[in-house]
Design a protein around this ligand. Sequence first.
Ligand SMILES: C[S@@+](CC[C@H](N)C(=O)[O-])C[C@H]1O[C@@H](n2cnc3c(N)ncnc32)[C@H](O)[C@@H]1O
Length: 297
Amino acid sequence: MLHRRAKGKTKWKGHSRTLGASDFPSRALLPTVRRAGLSVAWAATKLAGMKRSFSAEEPELMDQPQPVTRELEIDLENLRKINRYFGSHSLLRPFLRRWFEPGRTFRVLDLCTASGDLPRMMIDWARSRGIALKIDAVEMNASILEIARRRSAAYPEINFIHADALHFAESLTYDLVHCSLALHHFSEENATRLLRHMRELSHDKVLASDLERSAVTQLSVWLLTACVFREPMTRHDGRLSARRAFSFWEFAQLADAAGWENFEHRRFFPARQAMWMSVREEAPVVEVASPALDFAT
Ligand SMILES: C[S@@+](CC[C@H](N)C(=O)[O-])C[C@H]1O[C@@H](n2cnc3c(N)ncnc32)[C@H](O)[C@@H]1O
């Protein structure tokens, strides 16, 4: 039986029965309910379609010049965990499987490498299959580079280079030019320049991946940095990254503006997107079925 209480609240007591019109809020409440519903819908729409907010005056904390600190080390450790368990490894593996094979040495360039965990992951993957990779890993922040070098002592295949990715120059082109989780650090103009530069530096494959800006991404990053990766630098940079990431449509627009042709573009779980192309030939069809579930290999 449904009892109406003095303050207008309701509670269930006893067995259920069919609800009648008298069980619903009075008509007087309907405008308030409708207004509240519209406000929620408006907020959700705003959040989902929110414009990218980027200001060069407000760099991520990790991008600021700084000595090697405990905070920076922890932040990079968090990034390594995020890469391992939240998408970067599973996104990358199908491309490695498709593009590399034993028989010769492949030259790879990783731009904006941070502590170099993705190059190390690539080398681990290649070593276990008898595939030879040589990787140049470019990073602009000297302290981050110092941490990357220290962590990569057992990886002579990786050559760390202190440079701005936008101006990095090398006489030989690469089999693969890769850039992950970094385009959101740039203005639209510089992100376009970076994509164009990636293409110039490659004689074969180019792969750019990043977060996709959406309400779901913002909520997921907010929750992840509220519950798991709670350190101030990770929380600040993670949430800023989610706001600065490009939407799916904007990401493709950048590639168009950078002169990428016949590129492929798709979403990857969770909250990621990637674009890739072949400079040398028609863009090949890359089988990347369910890569997000590929945590085990
Ligand atoms: C969020 S981290 C991503 C690192 C790594 N690629 C990954 O996927 O984990 C972005 C990195 O890009 C670096 N970075 C930002 N702007 C850069 C630039 N213009 N040239 C080189 N590195 C840059 C930052 O210092 C930072 O280490």
